[in-house]
Write a protein that binds this ligand. Structure first.
Ligand code: NI
Length: 178
């Protein structure tokens, strides 16, 4: 078990696209996955990408199996470990909802994301999988895949008044309706 140090916004590595994983079934890959699981759990994350702990490889995890204090209204999402993920948009309708990020502690923003997608990824053994996700799960997938491209959610916010410290922005309900 290893909880890794998180990179925070401003660290230039966050903005560098990650490299594909070429070798599966390796001890390094297994260790990276365990580190991501441990670090996500420590910080009550609902998703994490390898670059957030300083490893620029296309590995990400999404999901949470206990009620999450950072997103208390959201239903549980099974934990999925994704290597070299890609997605195809199935419903491009934009939905706005709140997002935080382990690279931006205590901050929160109202981010547009597409409603439904088909995610393709490899597991740690190199087996290919496909899954259709929608709503909050699809939102996390988009957030983590953005990390693999060197993007953070702040870049997707269309009105910066809808971004700020979590305990300040959420009560501003009228502003936060799309
Ligand atoms: Ni993030």
């Amino acid at each position: 078990m290893a909880i890794k140090k998180l990179l925070h916004m401003g660290n230039p590595q966050i903005y560098i696209p990650s490299e594909p994983v070429m070798e599966f079934n390796t001890p390094e890959l297994a260790e990276l996955i365990q580190d991501l699981l441990d670090t996500q759990q420590e910080h009550n994350g609902v998703g994490i990408a390898a670059v957030q702990i300083g490893i620029s490889k296309r590995v990400m995890i999404y999901g949470f199996t206990e009620k999450n204090p950072r997103y208390p209204s959201k239903a549980l999402v099974p934990i999925t470990i994704c290597i070299n993920p890609e997605y195809e948009i199935l419903d491009a309708t934009l939905e706005h909802d709140g997002e935080g990020c382990l690279c931006l502690p205590n901050l929160y923003g109202w981010v547009p994301r597409v409603r439904r997608l088909k995610l393709t990824y490899f597991d740690e053994h190199g087996q290919k999988h496909e899954v259709i996700e929608e709503g909050f799960a699809a939102r996390i997938v988009q957030h983590e895949c953005d990390h693999l491209e060197g993007k953070i959610y702040l870049m997707r916010i269309d009105d910066l008044r809808k971004f700020g410290f979590r305990d300040e922005v959420t009560p501003q309900v009228p502003l936060w309706r799309n």
